[in-house]
Write a protein that binds this ligand. Structure first.
Ligand code: DGL
Length: 272
């Protein structure tokens, strides 16, 4: 493997199965506007969360290899499913650069926020079945009770931009009923697609429940890590992200506009 020296001006590589990771891009831009971002959305193979561990691990390796072509100074796994099941593969494929996953960051923030020590987690089938959130949370605090619920239909709803559709609300009510009577005080959006549906989720759950966005959590962690290692980009210019997708760039442009409230800089179609 060629070792390229990374500098503060090197980009941050971010990937997800589709548009969900844009919630991480948005969170990074909010607190680190000068950072150059290279984003890959594997739109040809979304969703990941309903696939097997073997398949998810293979995809994670491909996605990391694609980002490595751009010599990033850090990789952010903007997909909870990959964070839960394949973070080791991402680390192996990326060599010596730091890798951070949304799941650890989300778990850490949830633990620091939950006073009543009862946390709800929603995520994909694969994330919930892996039990990775409960493990990460209980490693930090074994006294916390974790209740999880897989919400597989939330990913296609987000991918279709159904952010406040009555059908989406019905599905949310059906899934989130799981938490009735569980007395959770914190709910982790354990899939990066879910912040797109946040308004609807908020309307469906008890208003006293605090929502944790794993995308915001990982952005904060990225900032700390870059600062501590002297790798913050000191430029005063605002960088525009470079976006790569494996299918349907036009649809991605439409969704980008919807979620980011901005025109899409440029999008490149690549093979996986
Ligand atoms: N956005 C991803 C996650 O955070 C995966 C969604 C999917 O592809 O199923 O888990």
């Amino acid at each position: 493997m060629h070792h390229h020296k990374t500098t503060p001006d090197s980009p941050i590589g971010i990937f997800d199965s589709g548009v969900g990771g844009l919630t991480v891009v948005r969170a990074i831009q909010a607190i680190l506007p000068a950072e150059r971002i290279i984003y890959f959305g594997d739109t040809a193979r979304v969703p990941y969360g309903s696939k097997s561990q073997v398949t998810i691990r293979k995809y994670a390796q491909d996605d990391t290899a694609i980002l490595m072509r751009y010599h990033p100074k850090m990789i952010i796994v903007a997909c909870n499913t990959v964070s839960a099941l394949a973070l080791d593969i991402v680390r192996k494929t990326s060599g010596s650069i730091p890798v951070i996953g949304v799941l650890e960051a989300g778990a850490e923030l949830a633990v620091s926020m939950s006073k009543g020590k009862r946390i709800g987690v929603i995520g994909t089938q694969a994330t919930v079945c892996s039990n990775a959130y409960a493990c990460a949370i209980n490693e930090l605090d074994p006294d916390i009770e974790v209740h999880s619920k897989a919400c597989p239909l939330f990913v296609p709803l987000a991918e279709e931009g159904f952010t406040d559709h009555p059908a989406a609300r019905l599905i949310a009510e059906e899934y989130l009923r799981e938490f009735d009577g569980r007395h959770i005080d914190t709910l982790v959006l354990g899939c990066t697609h879910y912040p797109i549906l946040r308004g609807m989720i908020e309307k469906t759950i008890d208003p006293g429940i605090r929502i944790i966005d794993s995308a915001e959590a990982v952005a904060r962690r990225a900032k700390e890590l870059l600062k501590d290692s002297g790798m913050l980009n000191e430029s005063t210019a605002t960088a525009t992200p470079h976006l790569l997708v494996s299918d349907l760039p036009q649809k991605f442009i439409m969704l980008y506009r919807l979620f980011m409230g901005a025109e899409m800089p440029d999008v490149e179609l690549i093979d996986v």
